[in-house]
Design a binder for this molecule. Structure first.
Ligand code: ADP
Ligand code: MG
Length: 368
C-alpha cells in the first residue's frame, strides 16, 4: 500500500517531467510526511519525540539540463515554474527547499550542466505533516541517485536539517528530517534528539491514528515558532543549562522561579519530555489508555504553557474526544495545522463521519 503510493507519486513526477522538459529524468525519489504522536517542541531542546512516517509524501524527478548554473523547478500541481541560479540565496519561494539541497549536495552538477526538477505530492503543505522535510529528503535522495552515490539515512536527515536551518532560515529541530529519512511508514519512532539514539515502538493494534486538518493553515517561517525557540534559549541562559531537555521533574521548582512566559515554556518542555518517556513505557506494557491520557495532557500543555494552539484546534481536540477518541492533541509546530487522534479501530469510520459533520472546515488527512 505504502509502496504503491510512493511508486505512484514517482511515476506522476516522471511523467510530468517528460511532458514539461521533453526528456526522461535521471533520478526519482520519494520521502514521506510524518505525524508526531507525542513530544512537541522538544526536538530543538535536545529532548525526546515519538513521530511516525505516513503513507502520504512527496516525490521528485530530477535530471541535468537547461543552462549551466540554473535550476528549473516545477511542481506537478502548480501551474508555475521557477528558474533559480545555484548562487541564489533563499527568497521565501517554495523552490528554496530544493535549491538549498542542490547547493548542499550537487552544486558541482548544477554549475556544470544545470538541473531540472519536477515535484509531485499528496501531502498537504503547512498542515503540520512536515511537507518541508519530505521535500528536502526526497531531493537529497534523488541528487544522490543522480550521482550514483549511496546516501546514509542519518546523514540525509542531518543535511536536510542544515538546509532548513541555514538556507531556508527555519530554526527547526531534527525530528522531522530524522523520522522522514530513517523511519518506516506506520511505525512510531522513539528518538532521543540529543544523542540520535532511536527505536521503533509498536502501537496498539486495536486503535487507529487519525490526522485531521483544522482548516487553519500555518507557515512556520512566518509565525511564532522562531519566537518559541528564542524563549527556550533565553530560559536556558537564565538557568545555566545547554538544553532544556537536560532538566527533569526535580528542576520544576527552579523553573517556576523564571519570569513569565519563560517559566511556562520551560515547564512544557520538561513535562512533555516526561510524557514521551511515560508513553513509550505505556505502549511497551500494553497500556493504551495510559498513552491516550498522555496525548490529552500534551495538548493541555501546548495550549496553556507553550501557547501554540489556536481556538479552532482546541475545539477540534475537544470535539474528537466528545466523538469517542481515546486521545487527541495538536500535532506539528502549531499556530493552526492538524490534530492527531487515537480512535478504537471498530469506531473509526463512525468517528470520521462525526468529525466531518461537526467540523465542516476540518479535513481528514490520514487514517492509519
Ligand atoms: P510543514 O513542513 O508543516 O508542511 P512548513 O512551513 O515547514 O510546513 O513547510 C511548508 C513549505 O514547504 C511550503 O510553504 C513550501 O515552500 C514547501 N513545500 C513543501 N511541499 C511542497 C510541494 N509539494 N511543492 C512545493 N513546495 C512545497
Ligand atoms: Mg516543516
Amino acid at each position: 500500500m505504502t509502496e504503491d503510493i510512493a511508486d505512484g507519486l514517482k511515476a506522476r513526477a516522471a511523467r510530468a517531467f517528460e511532458e514539461r522538459f521533453g526528456t526522461a529524468p535521471g533520478a526519482l525519489a520519494f520521502a514521506p510526511g510524518r505525524v508526531n504522536l507525542l513530544g512537541e517542541h522538544t526536538d530543538y531542546n535536545g529532548g525526546y519525540v515519538l513521530p511516525m512516517p505516513l503513507a502520504l509524501g512527496t516525490a521528485i524527478a530530477i535530471g541535468p539540463g537547461g543552462r549551466p548554473g540554473r535550476i528549473r523547478l516545477a511542481s506537478e500541481s502548480f501551474e508555475d515554474e521557477e528558474d533559480r541560479c545555484i548562487e541564489d540565496r533563499a527568497s521565501g519561494a517554495w523552490s528554496d527547499y530544493v535549491l538549498g539541497c542542490v547547493a548542499a549536495a550537487a552544486r558541482d552538477i548544477a554549475a556544470e550542466t544545470g538541473l531540472r526538477a519536477m515535484i509531485a505530492s499528496n501531502l498537504p503543505v503547512g498542515a503540520g505533516l512536515s511537507s518541508s522535510a519530505a521535500i528536502e529528503v526526497c531531493t537529497l535522495r534523488a541528487l544522490h541517485g543522480l550521482k550514483g552515490k549511496p546516501l546514509d539515512p542519518v546523514e540525509a536527515a542531518l543535511e536536510a536539517r542544515r538546509v532548513e536551518n541555514h538556507f531556508v532560515g527555519m530554526p527547526c529541530g531534527i525530528m522531522d528530517q530524522f523520522v522522514v529519512s530513517v523511519g518506516r511508514a506506520g511505525r512510531a519512532l522513539f528518538l532521543d534528539t540529543r544523542r540520535l539514539t532511536h527505536r521503533e515502538v509498536a502501537l496498539p493494534g486495536r486503535y487507529r491514528v487519525a490526522v485531521i486538518h483544522s482548516g487553519v493553515s500555518h507557515k512556520l517561517t512566518e509565525d511564532g515558532y522562531a519566537a518559541r525557540v528564542a524563549e527556550c534559549n533565553a530560559a536556558c541562559a537564565a538557568l545555566g543549562v545547554e538544553f532544556l531537555g537536560d532538566l527533569g521533574p526535580a528542576d520544576l521548582d527552579r523553573v517556576g522561579g523564571l519570569d513569565s512566559p519563560l517559566a511556562e515554556r520551560a515547564r512544557h518542555v520538561i513535562t512533555e519530555n516526561q510524557r514521551v518517556l511515560k508513553a513509550v513505557h505505556a505502549l511497551s506494557s500494553g497500556d493504551s489508555s495510559g498513552f491516550a491520557r498522555l496525548m490529552i495532557e500534551s495538548h493541555a500543555s501546548q495550549r496553556d504553557d507553550y501557547a501554540v494552539s489556536v481556538p479552532e484546534v482546541d475545539a477540534l481536540v475537544n470535539g474528537a474526544l466528545d466523538l469517542g477518541a481515546a486521545g487527541a492533541r495538536l500535532t506539528g509546530g502549531g499556530f493552526g495545522g492538524s490534530v492527531v487522534a487515537m480512535v478504537a479501530a471498530n469506531r473509526a469510520v463512525e468517528f470520521c463521519k462525526g468529525i466531518e459533520a461537526a467540523f465542516p472546515q476540518a479535513r481528514l488527512l490520514s487514517l492509519s
